[in-house]
Design a protein around this ligand. Sequence first.
Ligand SMILES: *[C@@H]1O[C@H](CO)[C@@H](O)[C@H](O)[C@H]1NC(C)=O
Ligand SMILES: *[C@@H]1O[C@H](CO)[C@@H](O)[C@H](O)[C@H]1NC(C)=O
Ligand SMILES: *[C@@H]1O[C@H](CO)[C@@H](O)[C@H](O)[C@H]1NC(C)=O
Length: 500
Amino acid sequence: MAAALVLLLPFLFSYAHSLPSSLLSDFDASKPRHSRLLKSALQRQISDEQQAELWTPLSNQGWRPCARPYSTLAALPEKSEGYIQVFLDGGLNQQRMGICDAVALAKILNATLIIPHLEVNPVWKDSSTFTDIFDVDHFIDVLKNDISIVKEVPDEYFWSTREYYATAIRATRVKTAPVHASAYWYLDNVLPILQTYGIAAISPFSHRLAFDNMPDDIQRLRCKVNFQALVFVPHIRALGDALVSRLRYPRDTTETDDRNYLTKVTDLKDTKGAGKFVVLHLRFDKDMAAHSACDFGGGKAEKLALAKYRQVIWQGRVLNSQFTDEELRSQGRCPLTPEEIGLLLAALGFDNNTRLYLASHKVYGGEARISTLRNLFPLMEDKRSLASPEERAQIKGKASLLAALDYYVSMHSDIFISASPGNMHNAVEGHRTYENMKTVRPNMALLGQLFLNKNLTWPEFETAVVEGHKGRQGELRLRRPEQSIYTYPAPDCMCSSIDI
Ligand SMILES: *[C@@H]1O[C@H](CO)[C@@H](O)[C@H](O)[C@H]1NC(C)=O
Ligand SMILES: *[C@@H]1O[C@H](CO)[C@@H](O)[C@H](O)[C@H]1NC(C)=O
Ligand SMILES: *[C@@H]1O[C@H](CO)[C@@H](O)[C@H](O)[C@H]1NC(C)=O
């Protein structure tokens, strides 16, 4: 049941965007909600020890990516059983998981994979293809000993298109794959189609391959796709590298010549955290705010607007709205506002020299809502502030490429913190686990309770936050049944260095 709800959420959120824009307009939401804490946070003094500890990379936890496939993975079949075609919906990170599952499925069926088709998402409206986002030659090359891949639908199956499947019931379309279907389901239901027609088109395919009871070599193949075969196209990597370098070696504002860029780095070494940066993934859009049914301090106007929005979109189907704000907060069910995330980061020990990269699309309430966070972290940057107009032109309006760039920068940061559960959060957290990189997981229930207590002093808040985030900095957690292998790559794809 819980899993089903999680799956539904993206669709609920997407639906919102087909509404008239009058419902989407922003309200002024600039007044700090926790002014007392904020005042102290702005004057925070952070000890050198705390700083040093904060920026220390994770120590070796005894796990690393498994060096070799588990068994001698079955080689390429002599004869392919046919072609597998998948149509993937969702945002970039959901599609990414679909791609990994498609490779695994092609292996299970001894089929040839046609490069997956990425559907245009109704929210983000980006028509970028697989090849526009990922380095397709690298993808094929890395997997060449595992499965056969073709870039296009072969000529003999030219008719097998999205349009063909949209207009009538077709024998080669697989429409009924259950959520988290087993390998046997595909062997029973899809292999016969392949054998009869030579091709099977599976849609929907997102979340359609189980995480449990899969052969070990299939699990490792999924990870190999996710962590090795899928790399972004060269221009995204180059732009990502440029942004990372600008974050690490901030430009002297009087210096305009890029070639002298690195030489202008002045004595950064002595300051703790110098040359380092945090990525903050912040998703605080209206859908999310409204869906949570929490109060975000924007006053009556905002409350009314969110209630109306909820009514129009979900017609009372939002279960949360039966709880009071206080109940929701103490259960940790309210998304953190940018102000609250700022207070969390400040309490964790990030000072106002911290370079913060904001990985985010749009924030409900706009710049007004972000201003408090910016006051706490004046060196806050994002794609827009760091990239030149020419650089931005290559990715402008392309949600998938923008998301790819944020993903790339997130994977190159010293610390990643995500204030919003969801696909991006899970994808980056899993990938950073695989690389043993620091990731802060906000303790939502604790923070909800702390923010409810208006009498809390800064030292009390700080102590509680630090205590409540021990063991939440990227310490490895083993995957439990039903959890995603892409969020929790150990133990399926990581080997303990002790029993290797
Ligand atoms: C950072 O905080 C200190 C006080 O803790 C203050 O003196 C300084 O002006 C602040 N710097 C910026 C850039 O806001
Ligand atoms: C796939 O090929 C391997 C090795 O050639 C074989 O052992 C396996 O049974 C085949 N599976 C299917 C579903 O055809
Ligand atoms: C906060 O302080 C006020 C006045 O000092 C007091 O009445 C109230 O009970 C306190 N609230 C909490 C949550 O401690």
